[in-house]
Design a protein around this ligand. Structure first.
Ligand code: 0RA
Length: 635
C-alpha cells in the first residue's frame, strides 16, 4: 500500500470529508429544513456572499438564473474569491471557502456578514448539499474554474482563458438525495431578492427564470426609502416623500426611513444584517422610543401640546406610520426560538440617538409637515381617550365589571386554558347546532350575529364599542394592542367557523383582519385556526362520504363511477345536524383545522390593506393577480 502518497489521506482531506458528512447528515441544522424553504436557502446563501462583497464596496451587480433542470447560477462582479494557495494549508483559499464550514467568514472581504446568525453558513454548505457545483473566478486577468460533486473537488483548480473582468460565478444543482423537491418558486425568490435590493441600495439584483422565460431586475437608488414608498404605494400619504437618514455609530450602520399615511395601522419592519427581524429587538426598541421622544420634544417646544396636557404615547405617534429600520453590525446576536430578534443591547442607544437627532432636525427644518403630523398624532390621542371613556361607559351602563363574560358565550366546564377551545361561529342557527354538537367539557361557543366591524377603516373608539368584537375580547381575556396579555388567554385554540359561501368568507376575512391588526401575537403563537366544514356529502347505497374539497369530490366520484350517487352540497353550517357538525368539523380526532400563519408579515400587511382598505382599484388588481390562491388569500 502506498498510503502516504495518496492525497486522500492528508489530515486536511479527512477533515473536509467529516464536515461534508456532518452537513449531509443534518442539513436542517444548517439550512433550517430540506423542504421548500431549505431549497431556497441554498440560492439565498450564495446571494448573501455576493452582497457581502457589495457591502465591502467592490460589487454592484448580482445576477441569479434558474435553469431548466433546476440548477441555479449566481454571478457577481466583485473581486472574485481569492485563488491563491494559503500559507497555512496546501489548498487554495477558494477551495477552503468551498469546503470548510465558516471558512467564508475568515476570508470575508466585508466586516458585516449578511444574514449571519440565522443561516449565514456560507458556500461550503451549499456545496455539500449539491449533487454538483461549478465555480468560475475572474481575477488578476485570468479565469479559474473548479468542479465539485457533493462537496468534494473533482480536480485541481484550472486556469483557462484570460479575462479583463473580475467576479465570481457559481452554478449548482441541489442534491435530490437531500431535498424533497428541487423546483424553485419564482415569486418567492423575487420577493426576497427585491427585499435584499431595498436593503442594499445601488446594488442591482436580477432574477431570470429559464423555465418560464420570466425576468426581473431590482435596483433602488433610495434603498429603504424606496421600500417605504412601495409599502405606501396604495395608501394616501401625508408627506410627498419618506424621511430617510443613515449614520454609522461604533461600526454599526444605521438606516431608517419613515412616512405617514392616513390609515389607523402601523407597519414598521426591522432588519439586522438583511435578516427580517420579525420579533424586533434592540434596534426596534431604540427606534420606537426615539420616535415618541422626538415628537413630544418638538410638540412641547412649539406649544402644540399644552402644558396641562399629557404626552403623546407610542401608540399615538405610530398610527398610520410606515417605517423600515435597518442596521448592519459586525457581530449580530439573534435571539428567540426563530432567531428573528436582535439581541445586541448596545444597538438600542445607538439607534435611539441617531433617530432622535435626525428626526428632530428634520422637524425643525420642515415646520408645516411637523405640525400636520403632530396634529394627526393628537387626533389619535383623542380617539384613544374616547376609547377609554367609551369602555368605562359600557361597563357603567351595563353595571358589569370587566371580568364578566359575554352573555351569549356558551362556555366550557374545563378551566385549564391549554385544553380549552373557543369556536367563533357565524350566525345564531349554526351557533345553536354547535352548542348542541360540541363536547361541552372543553369546547366553548361564541355565536356572532350581524356584521363584524371592518377595523381597517375604523378608529380605536369604534373598535372598543363594537359589540361583537367586544364579546370576543372579553371571552378571550387577553385585551388588545398595547394592553394585549397572552398569559390571560382562556382558550389555547381559537377556531373561526364560518359558512363555505361568500358571506362566510367575508366574515372570516373581517375576523382575521381584526386578529392580525390587534392581536398579532395570538397568530404568531399559533392559537388561531380555521375550521374546515365539508363542502359535500356523497351517499352511495349504505355508504356516506364527507367531501372537503373539489379535488376530493372528483376523486371520489371517479372511484364510485357506475354507482348511483346522491350528492348534496353543504353551503351553510346550519344545514348540518348537531351530530353531523360534531363528526365532520368539531371532533378533534377526525376534524381538520387550518392553522393561521403569517409567513411574510410585510406581504400580509399589504394583503389586508388591499382587501379591507378604501381603494377599489388596487383591490381588484390584487384579487385578480391572486385569483388561483383565493383559498390562502386571507391568511
Ligand atoms: C474574500 C476576499 C476577497 C473576496 C471575497 C472574499 C469574495 C467572496 C465572494 C463570494 C461570492 N462572491 C465573492 N466575491 C468576493 C478579495 C480579496 C482581495 O482581492 O483582496
Amino acid at each position: 500500500m502506498e498510503e502516504n502518497k495518496s492525497p486522500q489521506y492528508t489530515a486536511d482531506n479527512i477533515q473536509i470529508l467529516d464536515e461534508i458528512e456532518a452537513v449531509r447528515l443534518r442539513p436542517g441544522m444548517y439550512i433550517g429544513s430540506t423542504g421548500r424553504e431549505g431549497l431556497h436557502h441554498l440560492l439565498y446563501e450564495l446571494v448573501y456572499n455576493s452582497i457581502d462583497e457589495a457591502m465591502a464596496g467592490f460589487c454592484d451587480q448580482i445576477a441569479v438564473t434558474i435553469h431548466n433542470d433546476n440548477s441555479v447560477t449566481v454571478v457577481d462582479n466583485g473581486r472574485g474569491i481569492p485563488t491563491e494557495t494559503m500559507s497555512t494549508a496546501n489548498i487554495t483559499a477558494l477551495e477552503a471557502v468551498m469546503t470548510h464550514l465558516h471558512a467564508g467568514a475568515k476570508f470575508g472581504g466585508s466586516a458585516y456578514n449578511t444574514s449571519s446568525g440565522l443561516h449565514g453558513v456560507g458556500a461550503s454548505v451549499v456545496n455539500a448539499l449539491s449533487s454538483w457545483l461549478q465555480v468560475e473566478i475572474r481575477r488578476q486577468g485570468k479565469i479559474y474554474r473548479q468542479d465539485y460533486r457533493r462537496g468534494i473537488p473533482t480536480g485541481e483548480l484550472q486556469v483557462t482563458e484570460d479575462s479583463p473582468d473580475t467576479g465570481t460565478t457559481i452554478t449548482f444543482l441541489a442534491d435530490e438525495e437531500i431535498f424533497e423537491d428541487l423546483s424553485y418558486d419564482f415569486n418567492t425568490t423575487c420577493q426576497r431578492l427585491r427585499e435584499l435590493a431595498f436593503l442594499n441600495k445601488e446594488t442591482q439584483i436580477s432574477l431570470k427564470d429559464e423555465r418560464t422565460c420570466r425576468e426581473k431586475t431590482f435596483y433602488f437608488e433610495g434603498g429603504i426609502a424606496s421600500f417605504v414608498s412601495r409599502l405606501n404605494r396604495n395608501r394616501e400619504v401625508t408627506s410627498p416623500s419618506p424621511i430617510y437618514f443613515s449614520a454609522i455609530v461604533d461600526s454599526t450602520i444605521i438606516e431608517a426611513a419613515l412616512q405617514y399615511n392616513n390609515s389607523f395601522t402601523e407597519s414598521t419592519s426591522s432588519f439586522a444584517n438583511c435578516v427580517n427581524t420579525r420579533d424586533g429587538g434592540s434596534h426596534l426598541t431604540g427606534f420606537r422610543s426615539a420616535l415618541t421622544h422626538a415628537f413630544n420634544d418638538y410638540a412641547r417646544k412649539n406649544k402644540l401640546i399644552k402644558d396641562t396636557e399629557s404626552n403623546l404615547t407610542g401608540d399615538d405617534v405610530r398610527q398610520g406610520l410606515v417605517a423600515v429600520i435597518s442596521v448592519k453590525l459586525p457581530k449580530p446576536q439573534f435571539e428567540g426560538q426563530t432567531k428573528t430578534k436582535l439581541g445586541n443591547p448596545e444597538v438600542r442607544n445607538q439607534v435611539e440617538s441617531v433617530v432622535v437627532d435626525n428626526l428632530s432636525l428634520y422637524l425643525e427644518q420642515h415646520p408645516s409637515e411637523a405640525r400636520a403630523t403632530i396634529n394627526k398624532c393628537l387626533i389619535a390621542a383623542k380617539a384613544r381617550e374616547a376609547a377609554r371613556r367609551a369602555r368605562e361607559l359600557v361597563f357603567k351602563k351595563t353595571g358589569l365589571e370587566a371580568s364578566t363574560l359575554p352573555g351569549k358565550l356558551a362556555d366550557c366546564s374545563e378551566k385549564n386554558p391549554t385544553s380549552c377551545e373557543l369556536y367563533l361561529v357565524e350566525g345564531d342557527s349554526a351557533g345553536g347546532s354547535a352548542k348542541q354538537g360540541r363536547d361541552r367539557r372543553f369546547q366553548a361557543i361564541l355565536p356572532l350575529r350581524g356584521k363584524i366591524l371592518n377595523v381597517e377603516k375604523a378608529a380605536k373608539d369604534k373598535i372598543v364599542t363594537h359589540e361583537e368584537l367586544r364579546a370576543i375580547v372579553t371571552a378571550l381575556r387577553t385585551n388588545t394592542d398595547e394592553q394585549f396579555d397572552l398569559s390571560k388567554l382562556r382558550y389555547h385554540l381559537i377556531i373561526i367557523m364560518t359558512d363555505a359561501d361568500v358571506d362566510g368568507s367575508h366574515i372570516r376575512t373581517l375576523l382575521l383582519t381584526f386578529f392580525y391588526r390587534h392581536m398579532t401575537e395570538l397568530i404568531n403563537q399559533g392559537h388561531l385556526f380555521i375550521a374546515q366544514p365539508p363542502l359535500y356529502r356523497i351517499k352511495c347505497s349504505k355508504q356516506q362520504y364527507w367531501i372537503y374539497s373539489e379535488q376530493e369530490k372528483m376523486d371520489r366520484t371517479k372511484e364510485l363511477e357506475g354507482h348511483k350517487l346522491d350528492i348534496q352540497r353543504y353551503k351553510g353550517l346550519g344545514e348540518m345536524s348537531p351530530e353531523q357538525l360534531w363528526n365532520t368539523t368539531m371532533n378533534p380526532s377526525t376534524r381538520t383545522l387550518l392553522q393561521v400563519q403569517i409567513e411574510d408579515a410585510i406581504a400580509a400587511d399589504q394583503a389586508f390593506h388591499m382587501l379591507m382598505g378604501n381603494e377599489v382599484l388596487p383591490r381588484r388588481n390584487f384579487i385578480q393577480a391572486h385569483a388561483q390562491n383565493v383559498r390562502n388569500l386571507d391568511i
